[in-house]
Design a protein around this ligand. Sequence first.
Ligand code: C2E
Ligand code: MG
Ligand code: MG
Ligand code: MG
Length: 282
Amino acid sequence: QAKHQGKSSYAHFTPEMSEVSHERLQMESRLRRALELKEFELYFQPIVDTASGKLRAAEALLRWNNPVMGMVMPDRFIPLAEETGLIISIGEWVLEQACSAASGWKEQTGLDIGISVNVSPRQFRDPGFISAVARALSNNNLAPERLELEITERLLLDNSIETAQILKELDRKKVRLSVDDFGTGYSALSYLKSYPFDSLKIDRTFINDVLKEPEDASLVRAIINMAHSLELTVVAEGVESEPQTRFLKKEGCDYSQGYFYSRPLPAEEFSEWLRTNHRTPN
Ligand code: C2E
Ligand code: MG
Ligand code: MG
Ligand code: MG
């Protein structure tokens, strides 16, 4: 009898638990159909030169518009997409749309505006990843230097030869590589000298309290100096106020991104933002 096997054998089958897994299954089956039903949408958030305020690039941020669930944010479905492997086809769609948008901005403004795309570990390690990147670039006639792939430190923790080889191959193709959420991944810093990264994105939790917490200010300063001595550019994430921009300017942070400049915008509104802001890359 289950009773004699202790509490844990019951704990697995509470009604609450089956509700949770039912919800998960339901979400999974909706996610499976989301691509063909065209429920995904890319939003774009400006990344500006901290000193001049001029536009440098945009980060593509995925949204899922589901008729039942409404707009679902990536933190709610990317992990599920990873677990199920759906991230591979979703990620290809994102790459294609992002490159298409960037080449559209070039036509619209004549300017070379970069596009940053988030890549999750399973997608990165997929054997078809490098050719998916190459295809998105050539389909949209986009120079590889315009595309930046954002990878989190988490992905580097395994320290595998495979990871190193993929990074090297992408670098050889002249795609830019950045470390996203830098400072939160508990990773040894030594990877920075052996992998071909171009930039670091300082996690927004550090930027958040940069004016209130002297420790955060010290960390941000140290990250900027370290990055520069390794010839990496630095992007501050989550910049929300003018005093924060003043701090980042003073410390020489190359680029900034956050609500202070703009929230992530749907494609149409981002084009509008381009038209009205007249901000040009240097
Ligand atoms: P991330 O790459 O670190 O993206 C930055 C997140 O910070 C975005 O959240 C953005 O909306 C938010 N953000 C930007 N400025 C500010 C600000 O000033 N204040 C605050 N509080 N937040 C700000 P979002 O769009 O919800 O995306 C969350 C995460 O989901 C991303 O974090 C990224 O890791 C992942 N993600 C988004 N799109 C994709 C995608 O296409 N593929 C993959 N694999 N992951 C994605
Ligand atoms: Mg990112
Ligand atoms: Mg490089
Ligand atoms: Mg980030």
